[in-house]
Design a protein around this ligand. Structure first.
Ligand SMILES: [Mg+2]
Length: 265
């Protein structure tokens, strides 16, 4: 983590956080001390959260664990599935927009996954948890162990995912699946995200798109934003924000994110 310019940091109106690996441990519930810090932050700043996961995940892992007075929620903005949808609080969480894939696009993506698995002779792990190919409305996502691994196994599930991707052969397999998918779906975008996940979305959907959507819908200029994410490096799923010119801090995980929030406060 490079040193931050306090004055610059404290002048910003809007803090944009990646969710997975930044505010929460991967696919794990928000911790109490982070909830407290976010609450303090919402008293003085606006906060937007952007992540690849769908809205249900934002609700389950973040909103339900956030112990924050209701009147502060007007300062919190949720951008699930990489900002292809937007929710804001107004007597309950309300959807502002959702750019859904069509049924035919979704079917094409599912078929492409199945074809690629067959062509590669790819075998799924013996035990999987929940859906392996999940329809997230605005994207379709493959995950090696299924969507519910961490929900079912907790920390052990996180360890299983990290261990899987550390094996070079597994990494190669994942990248090959992504490459073959991209070949079959030239009009869509295939992203090898997270540890064990591959997302397929419309083209032009990345965190830079997210920053521009946030600018447009919250009417806050990019130079008044600050982004915090755990994957701001080439190949990482936060890296696209660099090209928007937004000021940012790269963190290794929630522990470093907490330090940055303390600096803002
Ligand atoms: Mg992340």
């Amino acid at each position: 983590m490079k040193p931050l310019n306090f004055k610059k940091l404290q002048k910003k109106d809007l803090f944009v956080f990646d969710l997975d690996g930044t505010l929460i441990e991967t696919k794990s519930p928000l911790e109490d001390d982070m909830s407290e810090l976010i609450t303090w932050l919402l008293k003085v700043k606006k906060v937007a959260i952007i992540g690849g996961g769908k809205y249900d995940i934002f609700q389950e892992l973040f909103i339900r664990k956030l112990k924050c007075p209701r009147e502060l929620l007007k300062n919190l903005f949720l951008f699930p599935t990489t900002a292809t949808s937007f929710y804001r609080y107004n007597n309950g969480w309300k959807n502002v927009y959702a750019k859904l894939l069509t049924i035919s696009e979704k079917n094409k993506i599912k078929k492409a996954f199945l074809d690629v698995f067959r062509e590669m002779g790819y075998n799924h792990p013996k035990k999987t948890y929940g859906q392996i190919i999940e329809d997230r409305g605005t994207q379709v996502s493959f995950s090696v162990y299924g969507q519910d691994l961490v929900r079912v196994l907790g920390d052990k599930g996180v360890r299983i995912k990290k261990k899987w991707i550390k094996d070079k052969n597994n990494l190669k397999t994942k990248m090959k699946i992504a490459r073959l998918m991209a070949k079959k779906l030239p009009n869509l975008k295939v992203v090898a995200a997270g540890f064990t996940t591959i997302d397929v979305t419309r083209r032009g959907i990345d965190k830079a798109y997210g920053i521009h959507q946030i600018q447009k819908h919250l009417r806050i200029p990019i130079n008044n934003m600050f982004f915090i994410g755990d994957a701001i490096f080439p190949g990482g799923n936060d890296y696209a924000i660099v090209k928007t010119g937004v000021d940012y801090a790269a963190v290794k995980g929630p522990a470093e994110t907490k330090k940055i929030i303390l600096q803002i406060l």
